[in-house]
Design a protein. Structure first.
Length: 132
């Protein structure tokens, strides 16, 4: 009886990971923490993505964040957390100068933005606030 239980236990470890594996590129994300210094304060923007952030620029007076990145994948995914006291209002998004509409969830402290888009190689995302 003990040998049957032991055999079943060993089989669980041998066979279940093969069928339960998720491709590495789908299960991991690169984490970037962007420290934005403006008006005597430091704000942290968090970016988790499956692409490599190469540079970023925050333009305080234009209320605009530009992200430069390289992607080796055709299907890209990113999640960005922006403090509400850094950028807040009506967002516009562009990817390589083309408007697009990611999913945005907001509360009084943060904006949680989920972006799904295609295109490998060098890309630019611009996040702007426009006044109505």
């Amino acid at each position: 009886m003990k040998s049957v239980i032991l055999l079943l236990l060993v089989l669980c470890f041998v066979f279940s990971p093969v069928y339960g594996q998720v491709p590495l590129s789908d299960a991991t994300g690169l984490i970037n923490r962007l420290d934005i210094q403006t008006s005597g304060h430091v704000f942290e923007i968090k970016l988790v993505s499956n692409f490599d952030l190469t540079d970023y620029i925050f333009e305080k007076y234009d209320k605009q964040l530009t992200l430069y990145f390289e992607s080796g994948l055709e299907n890209n995914l990113a999640e960005i957390i922006i403090p509400s006291n850094l950028l807040s209002g009506n967002f516009t998004f562009t990817l390589n100068d083309q408007k697009f509409s990611p999913k945005i969830q907001s509360n009084e402290k943060i904006h949680f933005i989920t972006m799904n888009f295609t295109g490998s190689g060098t890309n630019v995302i611009t996040i702007s606030i426009y006044l109505v």
